[in-house]
Design a protein around this ligand. Structure first.
Ligand SMILES: Nc1ncnc2c1ncn2[C@@H]1O[C@H](COP(=O)(O)OP(=O)(O)O)[C@@H](O)[C@H]1O
Ligand SMILES: [Mg+2]
Length: 294
C-alpha cells in the first residue's frame, strides 16, 4: 500500500508542509509507505480518448489530498487513487454557500443566509435594491462572507446601509453571501475534528478583544472544552452529509442550539493538537490504514 500526501504546488507557508509531513509520519509509523509531494511534481495528462496518465501518481494507491485543486484531484480519482477526502467533498467545502445547500438536504441546522447575485460585468456597482432587501431580511449588524475564504479573511461585520454597500462593492466580483449575525456567539465558536464520521477532538476558540472572528490566525485562542453530545452530533451529521473522511467543523452556539458556520475539508490540526493533546494526525492515519485492511 503506497500513499501520496499532496500539498499545493506554490509556497504558502510552512504550516501546509508540516501538516503533510505529520500525516505522512503517522502513516509510516503504521507501516504504510507515504511520500509528501507538491502539485506540479505530481501532474497528469488527459488524452484525446479520455484516458488519464500520470507517471508519478500511478505508483500510488491513495492520496491524502491537502490541496483544493479540483482538476488534479479529479484526475487522480480517474487514475483509480482513493482520495482522502474525495474531491467532490473538497469542492463542496471550498464554497461555503454550496456547503450550506448540500447540508440543507441533510437537515443540518444552518445560519440564515442570502447569496449575492454573481456579477460578471466590469465597472458596475453592487445592486442597492438587492442590498436593501438583504438588510430587511437579516437586520443589522449582519455578516458578509466570501464564498471562498479562509482564516477569517473574507468575513466582515457590517452595521448599516453605507457599510453594506461598501462591502457589496468590495466583494462584487467574487462569489459572496450575506448572513445573520449570531450575536450570542460573537467571538466564540467550537472547532470539531471529525474523522470517519466520528467527532474525535474539539476546542473552543475565543477571539481577541474587539474581534468577532475567532480564527486562530486572527489572534483567537484555543481552549479545551468538554464536547457536548449535541455539538458532536451536528458536526458528525455535517461531515457525513458532505462525504468527508476528515474535516474541521466550525459550530456556533445560538439560543436555538448548535449551528454549522462552515466545514473545512483541509482543516489544520496543529493548534488543536497543542490545545487538546490529542494526536489528530495519528487518528487520521489509523482511519486511512484501516480502510485498506480487509
Ligand atoms: N454568522 C456569524 N455570526 C457570528 N460570528 C460569525 C458568523 N460567521 C462567522 N463568524 C465568526 O467568524 C469566524 C470566521 O468565519 P468562517 O465562516 O468560519 O470563515 P473562515 O473560512 O474564514 O474561517 C467564525 O469562526 C466565527 O467566529
Ligand atoms: Mg472558519
Amino acid at each position: 500500500m503506497q500513499g501520496l500526501v499532496l500539498i499545493n504546488g506554490y509556497p504558502n507557508g510552512e504550516k501546509f508542509y508540516r501538516q503533510g509531513e505529520r500525516i505522512a509520519e503517522e502513516l509510516r509509523a503504521l507501516g504504510v509507505q507515504a511520500d509528501v509531494l507538491r502539485n506540479g511534481e505530481v501532474y497528469a495528462t488527459l488524452f484525446a480518448d479520455g484516458k488519464i496518465s500520470s507517471s508519478v501518481a500511478q505508483k500510488y494507491n491513495f492520496a491524502v489530498y491537502l490541496d483544493k485543486d479540483k482538476y488534479l484531484g479529479r484526475m487522480l480519482e480517474g487514475l483509480g487513487l482513493r482520495l482522502f477526502n474525495p474531491i467532490s467533498a473538497i469542492e463542496l467545502c471550498d464554497d461555503k454557500m454550496l456547503t450550506y445547500l448540500a447540508l440543507r438536504e441533510a437537515n443540518v441546522p444552518l445560519i440564515k443566509s442570502v447569496p449575492a447575485p454573481l456579477c460578471y460585468t466590469p465597472n458596475v456597482k453592487a445592486n442597492e435594491f438587492f442590498l436593501q432587501k438583504v438588510s430587511q431580511e437579516l437586520g443589522f449588524p449582519l455578516v458578509v462572507k466570501k464564498s471562498y475564504g479562509s482564516f477569517g479573511a473574507g468575513v466582515q461585520l457590517v452595521h448599516g446601509m453605507p457599510d453594506l454597500i461598501k462591502a457589496g462593492n468590495e466583494f462584487l466580483h467574487e462569489p459572496h453571501f450575506f448572513q445573520q449575525f449570531i450575536s450570542e456567539a460573537a467571538g466564540r465558536d467550537i472547532r470539531v475534528i471529525v474523522i470517519g464520521g466520528k467527532a474525535v477532538a474539539a476546542m473552543e476558540r475565543v477571539a481577541k478583544t474587539g474581534e468577532f472572528r475567532s480564527n486562530i490566525e486572527l489572534g483567537g485562542e484555543g481552549r479545551t472544552i468538554a464536547l457536548s453530545e449535541t455539538v458532536a452530533s451536528v458536526a458528525e451529521k455535517a461531515a457525513r452529509a458532505l462525504g468527508l473522511d476528515y474535516c474541521g467543523v466550525d459550530v456556533l452556539q445560538t439560543q436555538d442550539g448548535a449551528r454549522i458556520c462552515e466545514v473545512n475539508s483541509n482543516a489544520f490540526f496543529e493548534g488543536l493538537e497543542a490545545t487538546t493533546g490529542i494526536n489528530v494526525a495519528r487518528l487520521y492515519a489509523e482511519y486511512i490504514s484501516n480502510i485498506f485492511k480487509f
